[in-house]
Design a protein. Structure first.
Length: 423
């Protein structure tokens, strides 16, 4: 049973590749079923966010097999994909999952959203019926480690996220926010975080544009502002000094033509546009327009670095917690692995016992003396139960494997025969 992680992230792949590899949420269950069948996996889960796509699995599929499957699933060339991927196995896989869930492997060090995203990936796999004992136990260990990191370190102090970085960028460019008008496109957790940060910064007006009016209305009620059907976004774009997009759309929701029209209506007053979606919500060509400042997730790296330095000390403590949790998981795993061997050994001993008891009962029925039958039963049981261990121990001694000899003494709490105080 091998635990595996295979994937790519913001550290190994550019945005242009990550957005092509990202899975649409509504198709994830279907891909999970395909991955399990086509890679011959016992269990599987997939985490797909704007900054990473990772497969968590139990099975023996190799690096190339995972890469070819992911490339085929997303319509890519395997050679185009594999050079940007990484893989981890067993303890290293669990350590990676814990680091991801704790925000230690995030673009924004310590950001809290990734834990919720990993829990969502776990629930999706569980609902799809592709999760069982081994991966279930991995996820529970991962969540426990992430909880400890959050509660025992300052990794979450002074919260920094991609949403916070986007708002920080706006403050750097505009200075005061009190006279600015912002359109937020999307209605997920990231947009809600952006709205909260903009509200704290004193933004003059918030407009929420989303395909689902009810969700946009809920955000508007929480944070103040108005709502807008996504289809009407081009007609209102000229009202925005700041546009931040974070939808789950697989195609851009804003094109070059709509932005050009908005700039003309604004009489060339500049617009800051921050696209933090993967795949991108805003056509890349928009970045070439005059009076438009377009930033993507990857462009926020520098903004994020300042907050990252403040968290590095807490991250060191978090790494220590993770090492302890990995060691704990490995001990539990070894103990579980031993259960099978123990069960097999006990079964063997029981079979020998039953056979010898039947033989003894037949001897008694034949009129043999009970004392002789009991002595024969004891001798036979002793010889048969100790034959294989004794042969193995003798072989270990001949081969100089002293560790096996020490292990036997510890297992049966025996005195070493060469000790001075031995009788």
């Amino acid at each position: 049973m091998t635990i595996q992680v295979f994937g790519l992230s913001h550290d190994t792949a550019p945005l242009a590749l990550r957005e092509r590899v990202a899975f649409a949420p509504e198709k994830l269950a279907e891909h999970l079923e395909r991955a399990r069948a086509e890679l011959d996996l016992e269990e599987v889960a997939i985490l797909s966010t704007c900054n990473r796509t990772e497969i968590y699995a139990v099975g023996e599929a190799g690096f190339t097999a995972f890469g070819e499957w992911l490339a085929t699933a997303q319509g890519l060339s395997p050679t185009e994909l594999i050079t940007s991927c990484y893989a981890h196995r067993d303890g290293a896989a669990l350590r990676h999952m814990m680091r991801v869930a704790s925000g230690l492997d995030s673009l924004v060090l310590g950001e809290p959203q990734i834990l919720g995203q990993m829990k969502a990936a776990y629930l999706t796999a569980r609902t799809a019926g592709v999760l069982s004992t081994a991966l279930e136990q991995c996820f529970q260990s991962v969540f426990a480690a992430a909880k400890r990191v959050r509660s025992e370190t300052a990794i979450g102090a002074n919260p920094v996220s991609v949403a916070y970085a986007a708002v920080s960028l706006a403050r750097q460019i505009f200075g005061r926010m009190e006279s600015l008008h912002a359109i937020l496109v999307g209605a997920g957790d990231t947009v809600e975080l952006v709205a909260r940060h903009l509200g704290e910064a004193g933004i003059a007006e918030l407009i929420f544009a989303n395909r689902t009016p009810d969700r946009a209305a809920l955000l508007a009620a929480r944070h103040g502002g108005e709502t807008l059907p996504l289809a009407e976004l081009p007609d209102h774009l000229h009202r925005a000094d700041l546009v931040i997009t974070a939808t789950a759309s697989q195609v851009p929701v804003l094109g070059k033509g709509a932005v050009e029209s908005a700039i003309r209506r604004r009489r060339h007053r500049p617009i800051l546009m921050v696209d933090i979606a993967v795949p991108r919500d805003i056509e890349p060509e928009v970045g070439g327009l005059d009076d438009v400042y377009l930033y993507t997730v990857d462009d926020l790296r520098e903004v994020i670095q300042e907050g990252r330095r403040a968290r590095e000390e807490a991250a060191r403590s978090a790494e220590e917690i993770i090492e302890l949790e990995v060691s704990r998981w490995q001990r539990r795993r070894l103990a579980r692995d031993a259960v099978g061997a123990i069960r097999a050994y006990r079964g063997h001993a029981a079979a020998v016992r039953d056979a010898e008891v039947e033989k003894a009962l037949r001897a008694l029925d034949a009129g043999q003396p009970p004392e002789a039958v009991l002595r024969q039963l004891a001798n036979s049981l002793t010889n048969k139960l100790l034959h294989h261990p004794t042969a193995g121990l003798k072989k270990a001694g001949e081969q100089g494997r002293q560790e096996s000899l020490r292990w036997l003494s510890e297992l049966f709490t025996l005195d070493r025969p060469d000790r001075p105080d031995s009788p």
